[in-house]
Design a protein around this ligand. Structure first.
Ligand SMILES: [Zn+2]
Length: 326
């Protein structure tokens, strides 16, 4: 875990289309001050257009993660937030002129590529980390997420699709900027041809194509160049999970193990963390004179946590997705 907060050195811009709306959208990521976190600003809707990337702003998890505050909604946040969190960018303002983050090539690769090009800037403030000290388990039918204590952020995802091309796949990664960029960033979103047809008939995935998703039918992968990794499907699930975890508002220190989970279960697990303050501590990491890393506990109590991170206030979306126990 790094000791300091980071932003980016200069602004970077992207142009693309929304996966679900099919509409063109321009997006710019700008450097931001210490303790800003990640904040989205809708340039196309005037006043009260700002929405912080926090879990209590989540209003929909059905096809992608959507956050909103007042009139400002931003959907499909997960790949961009995954890129920022995966590369260790704590503070940034993301301006966009539409309601959906551009899907780019269906992965976090294009975001990561430019973010790495402009480099990060270290800021003169310590990172605050949410350190898991006791296991939390969330069950929703056959979907399961566990969060365990771990020194650093480790993510394990498992998927199991009754399809020859996919089947059962598991992936585990110790997340840091290097491993994230190399193993996870380029994994694309995926869908099944018959489901894609249904979605389009209902007015979703209108921007979806073989340029921004891996599409599979009974015979195999329809994309001409095939897969980027043999296990690209499960790697993409790791990306989605890291992107949703960014909505905690600070880095997580723990091992998250997710089986057959999606955005709804990711949110439910974060809500379970928020409502079980005995399972975690907020800590600030400091380097001691002898170069060892010291943990300074900021708070262990929910009341004090409220002042530091807004994720403990009641969520915008009701608790859904099974039951959780600490
Ligand atoms: Zn995704």
């Amino acid at each position: 875990m790094e000791l300091f907060q980071y932003t980016i050195r200069k602004k970077i811009s992207f142009a693309g289309i929304g996966l679900h709306s099919g509409r063109p959208v321009n997006l710019t990521i700008k450097p931001a001050a210490v303790d800003t976190g990640i904040r989205f600003v809708r340039l196309d809707i005037g006043v009260s257009s700002s929405v912080p990337a926090f879990m209590n702003k989540v209003v929909d998890t059905s096809l992608a993660t959507t956050i909103a505050q007042d009139e400002a909604a931003v959907s499909t946040t997960e790949h961009l937030l995954g890129a920022l969190a995966g590369l260790g960018v704590d503070n940034a303002v993301v301006e966009l002129d539409g309601a959906e983050v551009p899907i780019m090539d269906g992965s976090a690769g294009p975001f990561v590529h430019l973010l790495q090009k402009v480099h990060r800037r270290r800021q003169n403030a310590p990172k605050r980390v949410l350190k898991i000290v006791k296991e939390i388990v969330c069950r929703d039918g056959d979907k399961l997420i566990r969060v365990l204590p771990h020194d650093g952020l480790k993510v394990t995802c498992e998927i199991d699709f009754a399809h020859e091309m996919i089947g059962r796949q598991t992936y585990t990664i110790d997340v840091n900027p290097k491993s994230f960029a190399r193993e996870i960033a380029s994994a694309r979103t995926f869908g099944f041809m018959d489901e894609v047809k249904k979605l389009k008939a209902h007015g979703y995935a209108l921007g979806g194509s073989l340029d921004n998703a891996v599409v599979v039918d009974q015979l195999g992968v329809l994309n001409k160049d095939g897969l980027r990794y043999a296990d690209e499907f499960v790697r993409h699930k790791v990306l989605d999970l890291i992107g949703d975890l960014a909505l905690l508002g600070c880095p997580l220190m723990g091992h998250v193990i997710a089986s057959k989970a999606g955005h709804a279960q990711h949110l439910r697990m974060m809500q379970a963390i928020a409502t079980n303050p005995d399972c975690w501590r907020f800590v600030r990491l400091e380097q001691a004179a002898d170069n060892t890393v010291l943990e300074r506990v900021i708070t262990t109590t929910k009341a004090a946590g409220n002042k530091i991170l807004p994720f403990l206030v009641p969520p915008a979306a009701p608790f859904v997705g099974g039951t959780c126990a600490a």
